[in-house]
Design a protein around this ligand. Structure first.
Ligand code: BGC
Length: 554
């Protein structure tokens, strides 16, 4: 382990050390009281985010969409879906955010459109080989009469990655049938997506989160691939499937880099790329490509000091080589929430959803570890993402009924894959209001689009904001100390007093010593150390850091 690691470049761009809060609009806050969150809901909660101390928000898709994959199936990239409001709502929200000094990142979904997109509707009525079909991945079938799919690729959500149309051709969809993949070899597709970037840049957005950034280019000849891939887990396989992480994809991001640099204000791109090893991932953030790439290796490390340490070390090393910041994340709208994962018997496992039939987490243990993990992440050099509700210590809904689940991954696998609904449950704002205040002022007949568990009362924002010792209080203080001490711009030094193999992670940054205990024995604090922040009031006793705790010391 090399002793000192930092984010090694001139950090004068806002995003390099930013704390960015992910908003999943349908589940954040519902202003028009129909049970689904919206842009006015985001707008009215901006003061809450300002007070929390975040630098930016990232909004998951709010564009026109039939919502076959909760908006990651876009029918028109330039229109706000009425479910979420209209363009005035967007502009108002953006202006308010900017007036509070909060930047705004929007989601761009370039790998596929919705089947409702006008291009795809045109493609369906056009002939094989036509220009309209060339915008997508149409192919003739295999087998004697073309009755079999063109190759053996499986959808990430389960089932074949090909669907046959009336004239017997097939089209590729790495995700749902209703999400046809675009043909990125076609210059028209490239031009259109650059025009979409400019559309939102002109409106004033500060950046884009690029969905499935590693998927746009497929290997020549679309060769068979025998393993089913999953987005949200480490495959442990360093050879990428023929539909992910192809070298040619980087040309696209070089071109987008140029689009962004024509604008003022350090606009940015963050890659959602489930790519291994770290060396491959950091190619997406070379100086002439994107600015950030989510560090999913850290997310997948789980509650385990040795795994966390090696992920941090590898990331900072690879980030250094390309002069990019590391970008930390613990949870998002595709993963089981980390405080729930950490409450499982094996806190390094990564289930694809949890149902009542599965092992149930120890909620208090998971929360204690989740809070400690927040202190672990928020003192690291680089940028950090918080998923809405993390700051409340919100757990996954682990007992959602099958009848209310909406994730296409659940539906396409007949429930074999539980899916992501459990981390998308609407946020509890007020403990004693119907729907925990998610839809303020809604009549009794309106309930949140996914049911909330009873336990959400104890996590509601009104129970935590301004309450000493709450999870919200911990996050707010951590963000404030992080900003004051410029931890995101700092240099990490491993203290090497404790070994990660003993379950203890220990590093210094910005004059702080960070101590994290994932082991089973208490760890003595250094003589004379002063406590700046501790993950739980009872995490320190008898001068020692107890298991499942973390502390920032001076
Ligand atoms: C998004 C998912 C979405 C998928 C297809 C992902 O990586 O984060 O929520 O289902 O891309 O667009």
């Amino acid at each position: 382990m090399s002793l000192t690691q930092s984010t090694p470049f001139q950090l004068n761009q806002w995003w390099a050390d930013a704390v960015i809060y992910q908003i999943y609009p349908r589940s954040f806050s519902d202003a028009d009281s129909n049970g689904v969150g919206d842009l006015q809901g985001v707008r009215r909660q901006l003061p809450y985010l300002e007070q929390l101390g975040v630098d930016a928000i990232w909004l998951s898709p709010f564009y026109l969409s039939p919502q076959a994959d909760a908006g990651y199936d876009v029918a028109d990239y330039r229109v706000v879906d009425p479910l979420f409001g209209d363009m005035n709502d967007f502009d108002g929200m953006l202006a308010d955010a900017h007036s509070m000094g909060i930047r705004v990142i929007v989601d761009l979904v370039p790998n596929h459109t919705s089947d409702n997109h006008e291009w795809f509707r045109e493609a369906l009525t056009a002939a094989p080989g036509s220009e309209a079909r060339e915008r997508y991945m149409f192919r003739d079938g295999s087998g004697e009469n073309g009755e079999l799919p063109p190759n053996n690729w499986q959808s990430i959500f389960g089932g074949d990655a090909w669907t046959q149309v009336d004239d017997d051709q097939w089209y590729l969809h790495l995700f749902d049938t209703r999400q046809p993949d675009l043909n990125w070899e076609n210059p028209e597709v490239r031009e259109e997506m650059e025009s979409v970037l400019r559309f939102w840049l002109d409106r004033g957005v500060d950046g884009f989160r690029i969905d499935v950034a590693h998927g746009l280019i497929k290997a020549d000849g679309l060769p068979d691939w025998d393993t089913k891939s999953s987005m949200v887990e480490g495959s442990g396989n360093t050879k990428a499937p023929p539909y992910f992480d192809q070298d040619e994809v980087h040309e696209i991001y070089r071109s987008w880099n140029k689009v962004l640099s024509a604008y003022d204000g350090d606009r940015m791109l963050v890659a959602e790329a489930w790519v291994e090893p770290a060396e491959r991932l950091f190619r997406y953030v070379r100086p002439d490509e994107m600015q950030q790439a989510f560090n999913f290796g850290f997310l997948l490390a789980g509650w385990d000091a040795a795994r966390m340490a090696s992920s941090v070390e590898e990331s900072l090393e690879e980030a250094g080589k390309v002069r990019a910041p590391a970008t930390w994340v613990l949870s998002n709208h595709d993963t089981v929430r980390h405080s729930t994962r950490y409450g499982l018997l094996d806190p390094t496992t990564f289930p694809k959803g949890i149902s009542a039939a599965n092992e149930q987490p120890d909620e208090d243990l998971g929360l204690a570890r989740g809070r400690a993990a927040a202190l672990t992440m928020l003192a690291l050099p680089g940028s950090a993402y918080i998923y809405q509700g993390d700051e409340l210590g919100l757990p996954e809904h682990t007992t959602l009924d099958a009848s209310v689940r909406q994730d296409p991954a659940f539906l396409r696998t007949n429930g074999e894959e539980i899916g992501r609904d459990g981390c998308r449950v609407p946020i509890p704002w007020t403990a004693d209001a119907p729907g925990y205040g998610f839809s303020a002022g809604a009549p009794d007949s309106v309930s949140p689009w996914l049911p909330q568990p009873d336990s959400f009362a104890r996590y509601a924002a009104d129970q935590q904001v301004g309450v000493e010792g709450s999870t919200h209080d911990l996050y707010r203080k951590a963000l404030s100390v992080r900003a004051e001490r410029k931890l995101g711009q700092g240099t990490l030094t491993w203290t090497n007093v404790h070994a990660p193999s003993d379950g203890v992670l220990s590093y210094r940054n910005g004059g702080l010593t960070v101590l994290v205990n994932t082991g089973t024995d208490a760890v003595e604090l250094p003589q004379g150390a002063g406590v700046v922040l501790v993950s739980q009031p009872d995490a320190i006793s008898n001068g020692s850091l107890q298991p499942n705790g973390a502390v920032w010391l001076v």
